[in-house]
Design a protein around this ligand. Structure first.
Ligand code: FAD
Length: 397
């Protein structure tokens, strides 16, 4: 079966739904969203779920409730794109024909990228905020650990919300401090990067936070194996390949990530991206080789921080440029790489990091944003979910 739509969007997550809503507001009538999941998730809240500061249920809503009225929902997964024939193939054997294509399929979590990880996830006090099912277990693991070694890992390569592996370490340390057991904890943060954060002003603040809690930070390192039953992990130093073994009593894992396999294998992928991300112009978000294809969100090769905050700024640019392209006009808007990462450092404290492609700070508020702030914690916990569900997904913010 082949259906035909004017604009087809692959993915009904943060980027797909926001863009569907904006395209509809721009007057486009025949839009379809290809999305296999019955549920839409607000993932940024999973850090607070893992830190015992929020419950998981409100982070999920029926997909049917967020798809804009009048937009066709094709409940299937895309398996490939033929940019010459202008078709998307689906896992149910059908094909969808498009005039214009928007790819917003998100990032792939490669849980099997670390030997031993899948066997111990959810057991042996090993958890991850990167999954709806596991995020509540992170809090259980933190609460039930009162002494010993706690490890927080970040994989090598781009990931969504690069601050999330650190935020949960700080929320855990804050909990152990409040309950009087921090002195009995040996905390390790394993980072692939040479510093705490790309923007120097925020890196300086995070260095002080890690010192305050006595966290041992292992730079340019990543976890390369885990044996959950033996409570050991292997850490590899990235520049030298040197390997060390470490004991853990609890661990929070951020899995290795990449573009979805089908994008990697498709003509849409950037041949120079080691993780197979989709190739788009980083300013216009139009594919560099196929002018009727655009992309946004976590699945593209744009070198911004992969966040819902970035999606909020990308979507209006993409829609304006797609509308212009339909009229055979040049792109009218440019994305500057804006991303925001609310760096939670304790219950009630947050450094609101906002920055662009050039790592210039781009604060929304006029206060000193390099400091830990209570008001920014409230914005993260209470303000941003309202912005997301009620405004961003409706295409008005
Ligand atoms: P997603 O929202 O993940 O959506 C992708 C969609 O594509 C999904 O609905 C999926 O089902 C669908 N899909 C997948 N494969 C296919 C296929 N083959 N065919 C069709 N559809 C498909 N961002 C922030 O801004 N601030 C934060 O503080 C923050 N914290 C985070 C903390 C955690 C623990 C996590 C996990 C994420 C966090 N993020 C944060 C990141 C944010 O959630 C993502 O960057 C954002 O959701 C990206 O939007 P997206 O649409 O590209 O991907």
């Amino acid at each position: 079966m082949t259906a035909t739509h004017d604009v087809v969007i692959i993915g009904g997550g943060a980027a797909g739904i926001t863009t569907a809503a904006r395209l509809k507001r721009a007057g486009i009538t025949n839009i379809a969203v290809i999305e296999p999941s019955e549920t839409h998730y607000y993932q940024p809240m999973w850090t607070l779920v893992g830190g015992g500061e929020a419950s998981i249920a409100p982070t999920a809503r029926p997909q049917s409730s967020v798809i804009p009225k009048g937009v066709t929902w094709i409940k299937a997964a895309a398996t490939g794109v033929d940019p010459e024939a202008n078709t998307v193939s689906l896992d149910n054997g059908d094909e969808v024909h498009y005039s214009w294509l928007v790819v917003a399929a998100g990032i792939q979590l490669n849980w099997d990228g670390v030997p031993g990880l899948v066997d111990t996830l959810g057991r042996n006090r090993v958890s991850s905020n990167y999954s709806y099912d596991l995020a509540p277990q992170t809090w259980e693991a933190i609460k039930s650990t009162t002494s010993g070694t706690a490890v927080f890992t970040q994989p090598n390569g781009p990931i969504k919300c690069a601050g999330a592996p650190q935020k949960i370490a700080y929320l855990a340390a804050d909990h152990w401090q409040r309950t009087g057991v921090l002195k009995d904890m040996d905390i390790h943060l394993i980072l692939p990067t040479p510093g705490m954060f790309g923007v120097p002003e925020f890196a300086a603040g995070l260095t002080k936070v890690a010192e305050r809690y006595g966290i041992n930070v292992h730079f340019e390192s990543h976890m390369t194996a885990v044996d959950g039953d033996a409570h050991t992990l292997q850490i590899t130093k990235i520049p030298t390949g040197e390997v060390e073994s470490m004991h853990f009593d609890m661990m929070h894992v951020t899995p290795p990530q990449s573009a979805p396999d089908w994008i990697k294998a498709s003509p849409l992928a950037d041949p120079n991206s080691p993780f197979g991300y989709m190739e788009v112009d980083k300013f216009t978000l139009q594919h560099t080789r196929f002018p009727n294809i655009f992309g946004l969100g976590d699945c593209t090769n744009t070198p911004n921080s992969k966040t819902a905050a970035a999606v909020r700024k990308q979507s209006p640019v993409l829609v304006a440029n797609l509308v212009a392209a339909r009229k055979a006009q040049a792109a009218t808007k440019s994305y500057n790489g804006y991303a925001s990462c609310p760096l939670i450092t304790a219950k009630g404290k947050c450094i609101m990091a906002e920055f662009d492609y050039d790592l210039n700070r781009t604060p929304t508020f006029p206060m000193d944003m390099t400091k830990e702030r209570w008001d920014m914690y409230q914005v993260k916990k209470n303000g941003l979910p309202i912005l997301y569900w009620n405004f961003m997904l409706k295409g008005v913010a």
